[in-house]
Design a protein around this ligand. Sequence first.
Ligand code: HEC
Ligand code: HEC
Length: 466
Amino acid sequence: MGKVRWGYRLAIAAGLSMGAVVAIAAPTCSSTASPFAKGATTCVTPAAAPAAGTLSPAAAVGNQMFHDTALSASGRQSCATCHSAATGFSAPNPAPVPLGGAGLNLQGLRNAPSLTYAAFTPGFSLTGTTTASAGQPARPNIPLGGMMHDGRLASLAVQATMPFITSFEMANTGSAQVTQRLKARPYLAQFTAVYGTAILNNPDATLAAMGQAIAAYETEDPAFHAFNSKFDAFMKGQTTLTAQETAGMQAFNNPGKGNCLACHASVGAGGLPALFTDHTFHVIGVPRNYGIAYNLDTTSLPSFVPENGIGLGAPNHNYYDMGLCGPLRTDLATSTQYCGSFKVPTLRNVAIKQAYFHNGVFNDLHQVLGFYATRNSQPGRWYKTPTGAPDILYNDLPVAYDRNVEPVNAPGHPIAPNLSPTDSDNIVSFLCTLTDGYDPQNPAAYRVPPQCRPAGPPPPPPPPPH
Ligand code: HEC
Ligand code: HEC
């Protein structure tokens, strides 16, 4: 499996309509099924993707826009501000949610996910299928795919237009203002070389083209899908895992222990290595995070945060982020069986993320594992009031939707909390092998963030370069 094939598949995955600029030959596929559909026929792909490090003209200008703070109302925020390469294109700080707006002082609503491997996300549908595991048969007709924690945006290209005009992010007033800013940028000629100059007369089309260019960058640049973690090197037989990493992998995959693979698929599909997500949606019941000001009932909510819990009465809160059923997503508002559902994120590069879950409630993978293992056996450890006292179970969901919390396939189920602290530590050490950038020739250079280091004295400094 070479980079070329992955590069090709990415171009399909993002659904880019840029045949003119991305010179990719037609696939030789024995099936028209999406490469993501379960059981899809594997494509035999001609070697026609751009060489690593070579971006198409659209992607090259997309790269510049991705990193350009001058396209924001504050003048101080770009895509890369919230999606930093240093943290797998997730937020480079431990804050639960980013700040944005013209004054960079408005809290957002959710944690910024890693953009690595996002190009492999299938389009949203309500007809996904869960992975069969732990004696549970696969379940049909469950929500799948789409961009954002709630899958509400159709593609990378559509997604990449939104932050520019979102009031609590880059905060332009609309496509006209974004186009105005673009016209003053040094790479304008590169942009018009791809999309023509006439497009600048149509701000909506200009913003859409900017989205396409940024999506091309996210799709073509190998940094977004390097598949070169320690785990990948292990799968290719280029390295071995430590005893602890191996034990962690086994617990991760064991339906009687972590059962993580039921959602964070650890086996590749459609000719791709494992993505550690099956792109489905589940209700994990993560604790309410009062680090997001809107989650405090004492906060007067700004116009972009609805009081969607205020009519429910105690012990419900004024505002809830319920994922698939809203409020950011609106088309499934009455499908209350989905309230609390969020998309399964990839676990690739998870160890270099700084905050976890859609509301950034945890900053350490050991906490995440502790929560999964003891959500129902020790709920007081996790569900807290703003003063730190034990709170009701599933306190970030209206009580009426508690029943939506994943009944099967999830560790921490009341019947069987089945991860010992050692299992949890082992799983963390396995997750630490999913960070990209492992060189089997130079393992000492691998990124081992503090949470990945075994407890005890700090390791000796790496040897000096020679
Ligand atoms: C102020 C911080 C911020 C900025 C600036 C920002 N993002 Fe994001 N990004 C987020 C957050 C938060 C989410 C999750 C939003 C949600 O689920 O509603 C997100 C989600 C995404 C996703 C969805 C990934 C997935 O797997 O579903 C993509 C892709 C993305 N951003 C790309 C971009 C691009 C491209 C830009 C620049 C045009 C950008 N972002 C600017 C914070 C930011
Ligand atoms: C039933 C499906 C399911 C199972 C089983 C499952 N997860 Fe998850 N996982 C999710 C969903 C859904 C989210 C996102 C939830 C949210 O943000 O509210 C998530 C989020 C995470 C995150 C946070 C990632 C990030 O970028 O913020 C980590 C880490 C994680 N899971 C690890 C694991 C591990 C380890 C296991 C096994 C012990 C596991 N998960 C089992 C569905 C599952």
